[in-house]
Design a protein around this ligand. Structure first.
Ligand code: C5P
Length: 220
């Protein structure tokens, strides 16, 4: 088939991953979760005791990383050095450390290179989701969209709410804090020129997928 790169950026809790996966399934093309790559590098650094503030060390680790990520929307796996870290990279300890790795420019350069290689390997037929896909990784993508949702909707989807228990408030603060740190390196809160914004605040999952597919269909 002809190239169909669907670049989807957005903050955490926008429903980006589940929506992107379903869009890939419906289009019958590959799928890449670039956040999982940043998480895998973070897991590796934390596990091997690499100082996340040491940019040179993190950059070197990114080059040496033996990383395998699923490129199918129908199976999820992430392996580092052959070790399955699919669940480990979702742990809170990794979520709170990942921004430090993601702000290391040398490591970004390396992961972006790998992401572009994966897109090429799939003959440019892939849904790619992250924070800088529409702007940096694949600015020439056939479809570029920013999936947003109000802070309230994002917290609600995580089972959290403002004015909830203290624990819920803390979790909510962590999510908001991570987005604030992330926006220091890539601006994913505003759509770049040519990028379509899809606000899912008042849409359920099916409606969001349908709206995304309408955007894709328009360019086909
Ligand atoms: O998407 P997810 O929340 O799993 O991403 C984890 C982290 O990886 C983000 O908080 C961000 O620091 C980083 N990331 C990034 N660029 C991307 C994807 C993720 O900096 N394209």
């Amino acid at each position: 088939g002809r190239p169909l790169v669907v670049a989807i950026d957005g903050p955490s809790g926008s429903g980006k991953s589940s929506v992107s996966k379903e869009v890939a399934r419906r289009l019958r093309i590959a799928y890449l979760d670039t956040g999982a790559m940043y998480r895998a590098l973070t897991w590796h650094c934390v596990t091997t005791g690499i100082d996340l503030e040491d940019a040179a060390a993190v950059e070197q680790a990114s080059r040496d990383l033996v990383l395998e990520v699923s490129t199918s929307p129908n199976e999820e796996y992430v392996r580092v050095d052959g070790v399955d870290v699919t669940d480990a990279i979702r742990e809170p300890a990794i979520s709170s450390a990942v921004s430090a790795v993601a702000t290391t420019l040398g490591a970004r350069t390396e992961l972006i290179r790998r992401q572009r290689d994966l897109i090429e390997k799939h003959h440019r037929r892939m849904v790619v989701e992250g924070r800088d896909i529409t702007t940096v990784v694949a600015p020439g993508a056939e479809v570029r969209m920013l999936l947003t949702a109000s802070e309230e909707a994002r917290l609600r989807r995580r089972g959290l709410q403002l004015g909830g228990t203290q624990n819920a408030e803390e979790l909510a603060a962590q999510v908001t804090h991570r987005d604030a740190k992330d926006s220091a390196v890539v601006n994913f809160t505003q759509a770049a020129s040519g990028v379509v914004t899809l606000d899912s605040s008042d849409l359920d999952f099916e409606q969001t997928v349908d709206a995304a597919l309408v955007i894709v269909t328009k360019v086909l």
